[in-house]
Design a protein around this ligand. Structure first.
Ligand code: FES
Length: 226
C-alpha cells in the first residue's frame, strides 16, 4: 500500500501548505466525475488526514502522535479548540441566495438587520440551536432544513458557510485555502460555531472563489444540495 505522501504526490517532509495544495489537486484528479473512483477519492482523503494529523509515519515534521489527538486522525492537536459546541449554542443563519437576490454584500455591517427587516421565509433566515457535539450541518438538518452538502468529509465545499459573527475554529481535514479561512469561510459538515449567538451565511458555494473549489455533488450519495 503506498504511503500517504505517495498518494498525494508530496515530499515526506512537505509542510501543511504543500499538503493542502496537493490534496486539492489530487482530490480533483481522482474525483468520480473526473474519471476516478470512490475508492481512490477516499484513499486521497485518508492520506491527507494522516499527513495533516501527523499520524503518517513518513511525515518527518510530525511532532505529535495520533493518540494525543483525542479524535485520532480527525483532530490536529490536543490543545486546539473544540470544533463543535460543548453546550447548546444559538446560530442566526441567512441564505447566500438572499444576498444575491437583494444585492447585499457579505461585508455589510447591517446584513442581519436587513434580513430581519425583510421578513424572509424560515429556510432563508432565522435561528437554530446547535446541540453539543453536532456539526452545523447536522443541526440544520435536525431543524428540518436542507442545507447543501455532498461528501460530508471536508473535500467538496458544497457545505461552505461564512462566519459573520462568532467563532468557529477550522477543523483539520478540509480543502479550504488559508486565505478563505482568514475571511471566515468554513465547512458546516465538519464543525459548528462554538460561541453563542453566532451569525452565519450558508450556501456560499455560489461565491465565485468558493465555487472554484467545488466538486460536483452528483456522484455523492444522499445529495440534496440546492
Ligand atoms: S459536504 Fe463536502 S466539504 Fe462539507
Amino acid at each position: 500500500m503506498p504511503a500517504p505522501h505517495e498518494v498525494l504526490g508530496v515530499d515526506p517532509a512537505a509542510d501543511e501548505a504543500e499538503i493542502r495544495a496537493a490534496y486539492r489537486r489530487r482530490a480533483k484528479e481522482v474525483h468520480p466525475d473526473q474519471g476516478g473512483s470512490a475508492e481512490q477519492f477516499q484513499a486521497v482523503r485518508d492520506a491527507y488526514e494522516q499527513l495533516l494529523s501527523g499520524s503518517a509515519p513518513d511525515r518527518t515534521s510530525a511532532t505529535e502522535s495520533a493518540e494525543t489527538h483525542g479524535r485520532g486522525t480527525q483532530s490536529p492537536t490536543a490543545s486546539r479548540e473544540p470544533d463543535r459546541p460543548e453546550e447548546t449554542v444559538t446560530v442566526e443563519y441567512l441564505d447566500y441566495e438572499v444576498l444575491d437576490d437583494h444585492g447585499w454584500s457579505l461585508d455589510a455591517t447591517d446584513l442581519f438587520e436587513r434580513a430581519r427587516r425583510a421578513d424572509l421565509e424560515p429556510d432563508a433566515h432565522g435561528r437554530l440551536a446547535v446541540e453539543p457535539g453536532e456539526t452545523l450541518l447536522e443541526a440544520a438538518e435536525h431543524n428540518g432544513f436542507a442545507w447543501p452538502f455532498a461528501c460530508r468529509g471536508g473535500a467538496c465545499t458544497n457545505c461552505a458557510i461564512a462566519i459573520v459573527d462568532g467563532r468557529m475554529p477550522p477543523p483539520v481535514g478540509h480543502i479550504l485555502p488559508e486565505s478563505m479561512i482568514e475571511r471566515g469561510i468554513r465547512l458546516s459538515c465538519l464543525a459548528a460555531p462554538i460561541t453563542d449567538n453566532a451569525k452565519v451565511v450558508y450556501n456560499v458555494k455560489h461565491m465565485p472563489d468558493v465555487a472554484e473549489l467545488l466538486l460536483p455533488a452528483s456522484r455523492f450519495e444522499q445529495t440534496h444540495s440546492k
